[in-house]
Design a protein around this ligand. Sequence first.
Ligand code: UD1
Ligand code: CA
Length: 457
Amino acid sequence: MSSLEVIILAAGQGSRMKSALPKVLHPIGGKPMLAHVLSAARALAAKRIHVVVGHGAEQVKQALADEPVQWVLQAQQLGTGHAVAQAMPGVATDARVLVLYGDVPLVPVAALEALLAKAGQQALALLTAMPENPTGYGRIVRNHDGQVMAIVEHKDADEQQRQIREVNTGILTARASDLARWLPALKNHNQQQEYYLTDTIAMAVREHIPVVAAITERAMEVQGVNDRKQQAEQERAYQRQQAERLMQAGVTLMDPDRIDIRGTVTAGKDVIIDANVIFEGTVELGDSVHIGANCIIKDARLANGVTVHPNSMIEESELGEAVNVGPFARLRPGTRLAKGVRIGNFVETKNAVFAENSKANHLSYIGDASVGADSNIGAGTITCNYDGARKSKTVIGDGAFIGSNTALVAPVTVGNQATIGAGSTITKNVEDGQLAIGRGKQRNIDGWQRPQKPEQE
Ligand code: UD1
Ligand code: CA
């Protein structure tokens, strides 16, 4: 068996995106389109992956600098045939080449495997599709026996050829030795004055090299992205796949059309996700996690039995078993909540570690803080962690009770079983078991006369 080398075409400008960003860097599911194609290529265990770049080459290379690929520069975009030719010097002469497009992000690995199997040792094999509307695509011309004879680009096709519904997806595989013969012989005598890779099909036919075509049932997944509308269509198709994957894994999605996964989500048993939830980065959900509507969860681990009520945001945080969060909670990076912790509405946490069963139920900011077990943080409590120059830490012990509307001016420590009176501004450490009150004394004045409004004339 000859080894496989993949050539990904990604040099085009993508002018219809009307964007400063090179087309192949536009995201689908939060990841550049080209990165999706690279994962597909990697799944095929190719010996080498060549990526042909041109427009925005430096930006593309930088964005995907960690990928083990051979970058090939196509300085001028003279056509798909010319693009493949630029990569050929780096391809082993006895290899089989698979051509993919950087702007066809959802190409299914199974379809590529089937195509390679169909090509066998000798043939040139094409992946074709039957879209509802074939306008703009190259058409597959077959003879009376159904043999593929050529591909005619839409712009070069006559009226009769434009009636053909079967189109070229652009994905093809051929022997490197055949391409090395055909590509230098391409002519650019066509409407676009480009060197078409698709002209190699007629060359193969002339040389009696077998040409086979595999028609994919799933035209949507091999559709290219040329403009924002097609990008949005591919995004929806991708999100639908992600939703189906989660449901197959046993997750209940209240509405599979209203979930967005821009990264990876793994989930345990009996997870329920309500509408309009967005996941980003790497998110791990344990068993029986319930996520309410309109939550955004990024790079987080939620252990078994966690409940997140609607409209909460969680980022770079770890939630232990049976933690209960929201509605309208905001957990910022460095939040670690142990088993049974409760974070209620309009509470913001950052760099905050809560031990088991502690609570901050309402309207608080807890930043750069550690809270012991079984402590209660009253409504309106603020850790004053920033003096305009430095951040300082607040340490609260076990079983502490922080009265409502307390300002804890860091650095400050509140001991175990300590109590803070409501409305206090705490600037000095509080020892274990002490009560601290730091607020203006109340004065009650007898016989107070309210100012009178002047009488109307
Ligand atoms: C191409 C095919 C057409 C097929 C369609 C499917 C040819 C001649 N035509 O047409 O049969 O139906 O794709 O979407 O192959 N590229 C380069 N360098 C170049 C030109 C293109 O890298 O010089 C890259 C583009 O970035 C893109 C891909 O090749 O990723 C396809 O190029 P594009 O110009 O979009 O080809 P189409 O005209 O759509
Ligand atoms: Ca295209």
